[in-house]
Write a protein that binds this ligand. Structure first.
Ligand SMILES: Cc1ncc(COP(=O)(O)O)c(C=O)c1O
Length: 108
């Protein structure tokens, strides 16, 4: 689904959360993250399992406006039985810093 179609959904359903899974976006897609400022109902999720090769670490992250992120933070301990430990967080941050540079040639 392209960004134009995602924007159509966001406008059509402003009272619904539109979740965009960008697990593979580093391999060539266009990220919806730039749309977040315009749309409070947009939540974009990423995993470190694919382009960053860290499947075993079980780390991902969500991007959205503050109210959506706050809502996730409020309920996360009720649904996530495997909270992140410090080692995983350190590894994830290091990978994100490294991969942001390495993944540029793979982007369009
Ligand atoms: C489209 C898509 N989204 C999300 C995930 C979740 O990845 P993980 O649970 O390893 O973070 C996968 C994994 O295969 C996937 O294919």
């Amino acid at each position: 689904m392209g960004l134009a179609q995602i924007e159509q959904l966001l406008k059509l359903y402003p009272q619904r959360v539109v979740l965009v899974d960008e697990a593979y976006v580093d391999f060539g897609g266009d990220s919806a993250i730039p749309l977040i400022d315009q749309y409070p109902n947009l939540l974009v999720v990423h995993t470190l399992s694919k382009s960053r090769s860290l499947a075993g670490l079980r780390v991902g992250f969500a991007c959205g406006q503050a109210p959506l992120i706050d809502a996730l933070a409020r309920v996360k301990n009720s649904f996530n039985s495997y909270p992140l430990d410090r080692l995983a967080i350190a590894g994830a941050l290091a990978a994100l810093k490294t991969t942001l540079t390495l993944s540029r040639p793979a982007r369009r």
